[in-house]
Design a protein around this ligand. Sequence first.
Ligand code: SAM
Ligand code: SF4
Length: 333
Amino acid sequence: MAKTEGDRVLVDGYGRIARDLRISVTDRCDLRCQYCMPEEGLDWLDADEQLSFAEIERLAGIFVSLGIESIRLTGGEPLVRARLTDLVAALSGLGLEDLSLTTNATSLERHAARLKEAGLDRVNVSLDSLLSHRFAEITRRDALDKVLRGVGAALEAGLSPVKINCVVVAGTNDDEILDFVDFARSTGCEVRFIENMPIGADGRWHADSVVPAARIVELIEDVHSLLPVVRGSAPAASYRFADGSAGGVGVVASVTEPFCSDCDRLRLTADGNLRTCLFAHEETDLRTPMRAGASDDELRAVILSSVSDKGPGHAIGQMGFRQPVRVMSRIGG
Ligand code: SAM
Ligand code: SF4
């Protein structure tokens, strides 16, 4: 749905316009990535605490009427929510410019073709190691083969560009950066190296675990010349290969080079809270007014007020930074 500049009304106090909405459909997950979730899992939401597909669809329509152009479904692990393709089909009718999914891909092989048919444009797959034993250590599950088959199925189904999200943790998987680059070149995927952020459930994050994005780019450029791709408000600085190879690489420097001043993202949690920043300490409950019978106009007013209060940025690494109580898997990355 083409929009004019005047139609885009989700403006915050710093002049940023929200165009991208991440919707978490569940807080549950079948993996237990060390930097994200404890081994025993978390205290999951009850079914009635979670937004129904009808509620998500209604809120998504309201956000689109306010200028949201792209929606990414996430979690927890979105593919553990039953009949996710039904939600994709409903959202694909909203006239979005981009409808995508972030997944750990353990069950993507089974779902890729139907997701594409339902109207999904593309997927981001999280993958932190190409070595089976290390993958199992990081995620506490032995599932690398399934994930690789999922990536293959996504490519085959045309859910492209397939982007691979690789959280780089110093001393854990930083020796695989060039292997991931080879993976990008041989599969045509874009591998995006993400700095480890203080948003995990165990509170064990340490600045020393962050491999700076600039260092990652240097490492790659020692071997392959890179050409920058125009970035816009995307969190990743992306590059293609100067030798014309397929695939690409990107870096998400959330910690060392925050991009808060260009942020165009909002997040809706699985229990219906609107968050204007991953690291915000406040959130706005949309589920309660919606279930109490609020009209679309009333919900629009609540959303506009929340967005207008969006803070300037996350301040990781600065004095006084506090990790939000709500962890990544409960927000939706
Ligand atoms: N389960 C899905 C997955 O892993 O793709 C979707 C949800 S997951 C929370 C979304 C993204 O957040 C994943 O790419 C994951 O690697 C990333 N993530 C989780 N914890 C992180 C952290 N502490 N720092 C950086 N990225 C993180
Ligand atoms: Fe699950 Fe994704 Fe968190 Fe890993 S990063 S534990 S796959 S929600």
